[in-house]
Write a protein that binds this ligand. Structure first.
Ligand code: SAH
Ligand code: SF4
Length: 398
């Protein structure tokens, strides 16, 4: 059973007593057990070592784990009967003990711009959204994955932030979103090496704060990156955080994926209001963590995300201050026109204001792409995701 991240304090500073206390406090946000009511164990989401241990428990040798891994993550098999390198009697034993699942796609909507949004329902009935954003010119695209049902943080401009945290998603549910999206496009077996893929990058920019569910996210990304399975390189994965400073260090050291940081304001008073986590980890600390992020280089820049809110954070003075703050960091600045949602209190900056802002950043030598909104018609754009899941609705599977 994956445990949840000890994310509320710098991990290295925790005493055993604090660790136990935090575990107890966060346990209610754990994903449901990965065992079905009939006793069968879900195999998706296990590390290679855990998979080998499950198979050893039914008397199978380690090479079986390698075979099953290949079928699950390279071939995309969900049925043991398809595993032709495994003899029929063993296929049956596997099917009696295990299951290879996917979250149920409760609703699938495709936008006029071809963005596809999935509402996934997990075993306990809780729901989260995943969005596939195809490139319109080439055979590639990004899968935007959720890490939590709801979010503990409440950024003022974000729809997800209006939904309280229901629970963390487990590693199986995080990998499962990607696998189910691939099912929807029939993209199996996993393309090898540089072979073009329709679902070619993962962005952890859906619902939730990935660094507040670090253990499950890390486990899921390790599975996705495994060369004998889905084999997506760490360069094709971007983790977006609102600035959980201690966990940024850990993600850099352990995962080495691309980092995107939701900055959105250049003054602490304004960022305190827009991204309340700033009261805990203020701008200077977030920027310092970006400076020491190991996976950022000139060849692999990190991203600062900056939502453009009319009259709030879009002045030329803000742009100049932004440039001053990030000077010397190998980075690009992604300007995101604010995407409205029912009841939201902000307006999108004008095109002219966005251009002015982008030019100042570009003149300072940073690339500053403006993210064109995708899937707005189906509420699939950045910050528009939200589900009806609530803590008290949780009918936990046992
Ligand atoms: N919790 C993480 C990742 C999910 S949000 C984070 O905050 O970084 C992904 C991005 O969408 C973040 O940069 C977030 O600030 C931005 N976003 C949230 N609401 C938005 C909205 N209404 N319009 C545009 N971008 C938004
Ligand atoms: Fe949570 Fe990110 Fe939305 Fe903030 S922007 S409420 S951290 S999902």
């Amino acid at each position: 059973m994956p445990t949840i991240a000890l994310t509320q304090a710098p991990v290295q500073d925790l005493t055993e007593a604090e660790r136990v206390r935090i575990m107890a406090k966060t346990a209610r946000f754990n994903p449901p057990p990965a065992r079905l009511a009939d006793g069968r164990r879900e195999l998706i989401g296990l590390s290679r070592a855990e998979l080998a241990a499950e198979l050893a428990a039914i008397g199978e040798k380690p090479f079986r784990a390698k075979q099953v891994w290949h079928w699950m993550y390279h071939q995309g098999a969900t049925d043991f009967a398809r595993m032709s390198s495994i003899a029929r009697p063993l296929q049956q034993t596997l099917a009696e003990n295990f299951v290879i699942g996917r979250p149920e796609a409760a609703v699938v909507q495709t936008s006029i711009d071809e963005t596809r949004k999935f509402l996934f329902r997990f075993r306990d009935g809780q729901e989260a959204e995943t969005v596939y954003i195809p490139d319109r010119q080439e055979d590639r695209g990004a899968v935007c994955i959720s890490s939590q049902v709801g979010c503990t943080l409440s950024c003022r401009f974000c729809h997800t932030g209006t939904q309280t945290l229901v629970r963390n998603l487990g590693a199986a549910e995080i990998v499962g979103q990607f696998m189910a999206a691939r099912d929807s496009y029939g993209e199996w077996p996993s393309p090898r090496g540089e072979t073009p893929r329709l679902l070619s990058t993962i962005v952890l920019m859906g619902m939730g704060e990935p660094l507040y569910n670090y253990e499950n996210v890390a486990k899921a990304m390790t599975i996705v990156m495994d060369n004998e399975g889905i084999a997506l390189s760490r360069r094709r994965i971007t983790l977006s955080t609102s600035g959980v400073v201690p966990m940024m260090d850990r993600a850099g050291a352990e995962l080495g994926v691309n980092l995107a940081v939701s900055l959105h304001a250049v003054r602490d008073d304004l960022r305190d209001e827009l991204v309340p986590l700033n009261r805990k980890y203020p701008i200077a600390e977030v920027i310092a963590a970006c400076r020491r992020y190991p996976a950022a280089s000139n060849a692999r820049r990190m991203t600062f995300e900056y939502v453009m809110l009319k009259g709030v954070n879009d002045s030329t003075a803000d742009a100049h201050e932004l440039v001053r703050l990030i000077a010397g960091i190998p980075a690009k600045v992604n300007l995101i026109p604010f995407n409205p949602w029912p009841g939201s209190a902000y307006e999108t900056s004008s095109g002219a204001a966005i251009d002015r802002f982008a030019n100042i950043i570009m003149d300072a030598g940073f690339s500053s792409p403006v993210r064109s909104p995708r899937g707005r018609d189906i509420l699939a754009a950045c910050g528009q995701l939200r589900t009806e899941s609530q803590p008290d609705k949780a009918a936990r599977a046992s």
